[in-house]
Design a protein around this ligand. Structure first.
Ligand SMILES: [Mg+2]
Length: 212
């Protein structure tokens, strides 16, 4: 059996919805926190914890922003439908926050999609987020990798789809990798095997090749 583990921001959707929210509603300090992540000083989970704590918004503001800005990559609805019909498990695993991913998925596709992401809570001091690994343990590192290892421990072969630095550790342990942007750059520069994609018609073709 195969599980397709798919990233959300910049992968399933065309932009980064989390960054778009921070850009619109958080003080500019969120960019300085992003720099700490870029230079490897803090994990992506810690980055998001600090950044979303800066975001003082209502759920309605989040929903409206998501409805106005989030767009799926071309071919996603057909792809998810196809996964269901050929018996592939499709799971979105994201370091982003359920408060914006859930409304995006609900508004963009009629399919019910398995989602593992940060759980966000709106408080008087910004959005408090937490990550639970597959065993219900809080984690502040390697969230995506913990889910990949879990799927593999269940006897699944994992096809990993992603775009960025936070996908590298999980992608390196996946059975197959379908990559774009900096994840693709990484796999290419390391001489590793991967499929590239721009849209989910490309992803479909890659998976057809994998399943032959
Ligand atoms: Mg991404």
């Amino acid at each position: 059996m195969f599980t397709v583990q798919c990233d959300f921001d910049d992968t399933l959707v065309t932009g980064n919805v989390g960054h778009s929210l921070l850009n619109a509603f958080a003080p500019a300090k969120w960019c300085a926190i992003e720099s700490l992540y870029s230079t490897g000083e803090i994990t992506v989970e810690e980055t998001n914890r600090r950044q979303f704590a800066l975001l003082n918004v209502t759920k309605q503001t989040i929903d409206e922003h998501v409805f106005e800005t989030a767009k799926l990559r071309p071919g996603v609805p057909e792809f998810i439908h196809n996964c269901t019909s050929i018996g592939l498990n499709f799971s979105v695993v994201s370091n982003g926050v359920d408060l914006y991913i859930e409304p995006a998925l609900r508004s963009l596709t009629s399919s019910r999609i398995e989602l593992h992401s940060a759980h966000g809570k709106i408080t008087e001091n910004g959005i408090s987020i937490s990550y639970l690994d597959p065993y219900g343990i809080h984690c502040l590192d390697a969230f995506k990798l913990s889910w990949l290892r879990y799927f593999k421990s269940q006897g699944q072969k994992v096809i990993y789809i992603g775009d960025g630095k936070s996908d590298i550790a999980a992608a390196l342990e996946a059975d197959y990798v379908i990559a774009t942007s900096s994840l693709e750059d990484y796999f290419r520069s390391e001489g590793l095997v991967y499929f590239d994609f721009n849209d989910f018609y490309d992803v479909r073709q890659a998976i057809d090749t994998i399943l032959i």
